[in-house]
Design a protein around this ligand. Sequence first.
Ligand code: TPP
Length: 609
Amino acid sequence: MKKVIMSGNEAIARGAFEAGVRVAAAYPGTPSTEILETVAREYQDIYAEWAPNEKVALEVAYGASMAGARAMASMKHVGLNVAADPFMTLSYVGVCGGLVLVVCDDPELYSSQNEQDNRHYARFAKVPMFEPSDSQEAKEFMKLAFEVSEKFDTPVMLRGVTRISHAKGIVELEEPIVPPVTIEIRKDTAKYTMLPSFGRIRHGIIEERFLKLREFAEKFPGNRMEINDPTIGIITAGISYQYAKEVFPNYSYLKLGMVWPLPKDLVGEFFKKVKKVYVVEELDPFLEENIKAMGFKPKGGKDRFPICGELNPFLVEKGMLGRKFKPPKPAFKEPLPPRPPNLCPGCPHRGIFHVLRKLKVFASGDIGCYTLSAYPPLNVINSVICMGSSIGGAHGMAKALGEKGKGKIVGVLGDSTFLHAGVHPLMDVGYNRSYATILILDNSTTGMTGSQEHPGTGYTIRGEKTHKVDLLELGRVLGIENPRKVNPWNLEETEKVVKEELERDAPSLIVSEGPCTLLRRVIKKYNKPLQVDSTKCVGCKTCISLGCPAISYHPVEGEMAVTAEGKKRKGIASIDASLCPGCHLCFQVCKLEAIQSQEEKPIFGFETM
Ligand SMILES: Cc1ncc(C[n+]2csc(CCOP(=O)(O)OP(=O)(O)O)c2C)c(N)n1
């Protein structure tokens, strides 16, 4: 059997392939993104698509399943909030071809707006959930998940976390199977049409299904007991198993590969075999509370281990032994310089935020690279909760403030976010006549998650050309009479248009159009890097306030503390030519002409070909 090294996400994709999946849909989101990217790259027989959002992705999988195909939807944890509506009722209708919903949680919020524990969703929707502890299990559990899905007529959830998705391990490859269900149109209206009369019947059916799944959990091969030292036992699952096993290899374990429903008899057996039982799990006391509800009394759980953030072997050791946590000695004497997250050099968003900061607006923000402008030195975004919320937030604020807020409220979101969850709120702005100005920062990609296509880019996940949504046209259709377009690298033009739109007492929309500097699909003609004339620079830091990583400030003393024109200065700016893509934003903000262009006719931003 061939063995390869794979990340958890790659292994999940491989599992889908080996299980004979036909249709896979997703919306990007860390840490889940590479699952569909791997499917699209490696497994050409699987139809793969970026859906506009997670709700659509799950509905696509549901349609494929009704036709008898094995189907998968993958998303990050908060994506399931968006897909929760179809998900909760999908549990009622069940499947025809197996359907697996992969959700990847993000304990520690490496790249998310919250760290919700999606195990609750499995209980909430009464569907089984598997949780792998490494890449091999990720692949195996995917295949089992499809079998369970068809056997019990249920969607199955597979939960990952960042450390499973992104860590690599050895995976044994097998040949793909031909799934047992044929793909054809079948009509079963009472099963698939959730009118109240049919839904009532299905509810009863899923309660029965749940009892059968509980029995199945007792025999599920991924739930296993490892009896070593009988004095101490740990009930655990997923990545927490790895942490505990690393520090306490000799303890006994009940490792749960199926975290919902739980195997009551197996848990009872473990309590009989081991003297003191602890529950080690990341985030919420999900296993602990459910085990306690069965009548068992673990010695410890969340009273010893943190409820917030990731666990790690040190935290598990500390919790188990009650010792003070001593962080390991750093390998370097000097601490690494802090590198706060920042917009890239040449990022089109920077120009917009320079203008919005100048105009002192309240910026109802959204989720994407542009959220980073909430940090210094830009300090522009003032609020964010979830994808698409910028528009509704700005609109609601405008309605609450009335006259007082006129000309002061903007909603800012990216192109991918707009098409994910911004279309309906913009419809609301048009319909209910808001004066809030909405800015869509169209960089022609889903930048934050690593540059994925979406319905506004004109390309599919496999790079085929396709229909491209025209954002200005869409704005018009939604009730914005005169949507405007700006080049965000042209500060004068951008400021003029934003000011005019802020003054407009009507729904208003600005589409800021400038491709992401990291976008590989677009071929760009860059200006030459800019240079600071050190004889002119007075160290006023105006260019520094753009927050461009290519520009830095250096204190000066002695002769250097005076400019050629005799002006005193404490420092000077410099531009790192290896980082500067020549966007010319700094050139435009420097009033002393100390930043020099090397172009006769500079382009603001860069030209695309
Ligand atoms: C419900 C949900 N799905 C996915 C994500 C992951 N995510 C964060 S920002 C973002 C979109 C960013 O793209 P865009 O709006 O175009 O802005 P950009 O980063 O390109 O500036 C995505 C998919 C999320 N945070 N929430």
